[in-house]
Design a binder for this molecule. Structure first.
Ligand SMILES: [Fe+2]
Ligand SMILES: [Fe+2]
Length: 322
């Protein structure tokens, strides 16, 4: 390496570190270390895939929503998730990767999506519980990402979070309506919360001491809080909401700890999380198969869009005959 290129590299590295140190944003035009770029691509792609796969569990209830109002709310929510996927794929593309390639990596199972979407939705109460707990956990994870050091990711998160807040409220409102209904409806809500509570806690990832990449992500300002901090925040937020709803969270160890100023809670089943991440959850195969089918069904749309774009770029000048 020549003296000049060595100096340029040092200046770029210093500029990157200063930008991060001053809590300013890294933009696509800026130099960034390979590891920073790779970490962001992995995280943003995984996030985009989660939004798109996340349409499936609730999407199955679209055709059997109990009223037109509930159907309209659910359609809006599922459609929002598609939009979140699109913002995030666009953010990933600013890092020099291709959306088509990311989709293929999802289908080939080389890239992951959130473990939570590998659980089945067994009743309409699950639509409410997913909104309340799953979108609630997503909000805890995503609000700090609005301050992420990578500009396009942080900006995408601002809009995503506004919509997630609607998702959580519609879920809570649905559960509240059911809780003021019949005994059977209350039992449906409790049964649903019993199934979703623990998987929601797992959404924050493994415990901090088993999460080796977290420290580097935090040093780069990609991540702002550790998995355990965010999990605690979610528990503290959810317990009073469960009391308002009148549901019991299925954890006998859940208790207010005066000294810590937080709720104590039990240990999630980390083996279950590992199994689901490995692809052995109840719905992994079904989710990826559905996504693959949708991708294949969309082939003609992509081909038509590409042909149209090509035509716009190189218009054929028709020759006129006199
Ligand atoms: Fe979303
Ligand atoms: Fe959502």
């Amino acid at each position: 390496m020549t003296v000049q290129t060595e100096q340029t590299k040092q200046t770029e590295q210093q500029h990157f570190e200063r930008t991060i140190g001053h809590e300013q944003r890294i933009e696509p035009r800026d130099w960034m270390p390979d590891g920073y770029r790779r970490t962001l691509v992995r995280q943003i792609a995984q996030h985009a895939h989660s939004e798109i796969i996340g349409m499936q569990p609730e999407g199955t209830w679209l055709a059997s929503a109990p009223s037109l109002r509930r159907k309209a709310i659910l359609v809006a929510k599922v459609q929002d998730e598609a939009g979140h996927g699109i913002y995030l794929y666009s953010a990933a593309e600013t890092l020099g990767v291709d959306r088509q390639d990311l989709t293929e990596q999802l289908i080939d199972r080389r890239q992951k999506y959130s473990s939570i979407f590998n659980y089945p939705t067994l009743s309409y109460a699950d639509v409410g519980t997913i909104g309340w707990l799953v979108d609630g956990a997503a909000i805890c994870n995503q609000v700090p990402l609005c301050r992420s050091s990578y500009g396009p990711y942080a900006r995408a998160m601002i809009r995503v979070c506004k919509e997630e807040s609607f998702h959580q409220r519609q879920g809570f409102e649905l559960l509240m309506t059911m809780m003021t209904g019949t005994d059977e409806q209350r039992a449906m809500v409790q049964e649903s919360v019993d199934r979703w509570w623990w998987p929601s806690l797992m959404m924050f990832g493994p415990p901090d001491d088993a999460s080796p990449n977290s420290a580097q992500s935090m040093a780069w300002g990609i991540k702002r809080h550790s998995n355990d901090e965010l999990r605690q925040r979610f528990v503290d937020m959810s317990v009073p909401q469960a009391e308002v709803l009148g549901v019991t969270l299925p954890d006998p160890e859940l208790a207010w700890n005066e000294e810590r100023g937080h709720y104590d809670f039990g240990e999630p089943d980390w083996d279950e999380l590992s199994r689901v991440i490995r692809g052995e959850g109840a719905c992994n195969d079904e989710r990826v198969a559905r996504r693959t089918q949708a991708h294949e069904d969309g082939e003609w749309v992509r081909a038509a869009a590409a042909a149209y774009a090509q035509k716009q770029a190189h218009p054929v000048v028709e020759e006129r005959t006199a």
